[in-house]
Design a protein around this ligand. Structure first.
Ligand code: PMP
Length: 405
């Protein structure tokens, strides 16, 4: 059901739900991590302050209740992205989810001479685990280039793919450029040569409706903290038949069927991949976060953020010292450079004007090389932003150009 204080027709006005955003502060770093609505903070407070106990072990009622709540979070995640509960593995974040696949899927499926296909715009967490996996077995990595407007070039991907490609891993939305991948077409291309495909949905789930069944992909990962939820909890969704054939990630409590010194057998997925006491309250916080964004509606969030991006790009394009990166229809993210000014200086001057942006390589150094810059300035939007934030950003950048002009 929609949030009670949100009318269907009015523009999003949710700032009051976010206690850590003081009046007059423009938080434009949601692509790094989102601020938390009171509903999520309350769920975490209740989890530790009222209902706390361990899961999956207790013979007492409190633990049984907490187990139900933890598993309800898994079911909610499954419904949110169109998967099944037994296909949802709770991990620490997208980074751990990708490492898990790069280790456990690759352990039995990747061989010497095989090839992995990534793109030029990937986050380091969707590059380095694959390099490590490739090095272990003697596989090689190929890179899909970008189109002139900075999207993953799927026509080039179609030309590069061969039947030696066993795995493709691509970002659904670029954390630097906001470019949205046609994940369905990318999946069809990968499957066309028999490759498995992982989609890094870190920047997509907070700003687009995502349905893994519709995309048809094999693995999908995201982090809770970019989706208005807590840090330390994330999701790996994997097709049941793939997860079933994967060996465990870490050994320990909870992930076993039977243990003896002679031989240990493992639990079925997803338990097999969740060794140790999980981030119980993190899962409850993620559940609350998903309820929050679903009550707004991802179509609406997408429209809201795309409008803010358009407005920002139009205003910045009017300043002749600003260079914009990424496509016009980017999702929630705008990267730019101010001629002759280091992005860190742009960030510092904006901070003085109470505008928080990110400046740096955004964990995407190969992309910086392609853009031929050492770093960019990046503004990224969330449900709490509005036209006042765009105005503050643009005024701040005008000040930057005056100071350095
Ligand atoms: N992929 C993308 C596209 C990201 O934006 C990020 C976070 N910046 C990650 C992966 C890694 O996420 P985390 O640090 O939460 O594991």
């Amino acid at each position: 059901s929609p949030l009670p204080h949100l009318s269907a027709a009015a523009p999003l006005d949710l700032l009051a739900d976010f206690p850590a955003i003081p009046a007059g502060w423009s938080y434009l770093d949601t692509a790094a991590t989102s601020q938390k609505p009171q509903a999520v903070i309350d769920a975490i407070t209740r989890g530790y302050g009222e209902t706390y106990a361990t899961v999956h072990r207790g013979v007492y009622q409190r633990s049984a209740d907490m187990t139900l709540a933890y598993e309800a979070a898994r079911t909610r995640v499954a419904r949110f992205i169109g998967g099944r509960p037994e296909e949802i593995v709770f991990v620490r974040g997208a980074t751990e989810g990708i490492n898990l696949v790069a280790e456990c899927w690759a352990a039995t499926r990747l061989q010497a001479g095989d090839r992995i296909l990534l793109s030029q715009l990937e986050h380091h967490s969707n590059i380095v685990p694959w390099q490590m996996a490739a090095e272990r077995v003697g596989a090689a990595i190929d890179v899909v280039p970008l189109t002139p407007d900075h999207r993953i070039d799927l026509d080039a991907m179609a030309r590069i793919l061969t039947d030696r490609h066993k795995l493709v891993a691509l970002a659904h939305v670029s954390n630097v450029l906001g470019s949205v991948l046609d994940a369905k077409r990318a999946t069809e291309l990968a499957h066309g040569v028999g490759a498995t495909i992982l989609i890094d949905g870190c920047q997509a789930v907070p700003r687009l409706p995502v349905d893994v069944a519709d995309i048809g992909c094999d693995f999908y990962v995201f982090s809770g903290h970019k989706l208005y939820g807590p840090t330390g909890i994330g999701v790996l969704w994997g097709r049941a038949e793939l997860l079933e054939r994967m060996p465990p990630y870490q050994g320990g409590g909870s992930m076993i069927d039977r243990v003896s010194f002679e031989r240990t057998t493992y639990a079925p997925p997803p338990t097999r991949f969740e060794a140790g006491t999980p981030h119980i309250v993190g899962a409850l916080g993620l559940h609350a976060a998903i309820n929050y964004v679903d009550a707004i509606g991802l179509d609406r969030i997408h429209a809201h953020e795309t409008a803010l991006v358009r407005e920002t790009r139009a205003a910045l394009a009017g300043l002749n010292s600003v260079r914009l990166f990424g496509p016009e229809d980017a999702a929630g993210i705008v990267s730019f450079a101010v001629e002759g000014v280091h992005p860190h200086d742009v960030g510092t001057i904006l901070d003085e004007a109470r505008v928080a942006i990110r400046a740096g390589h955004h964990c995407a150094q190969p992309l910086m090389e392609t853009l031929d810059v050492p770093a960019t300035a990046r503004a990224s939007f969330g449900v709490y932003n509005g036209p006042a934030d765009v105005a503050a950003l643009v005024a701040g950048i005008e000040r930057v150009t005056r100071i350095f002009g």
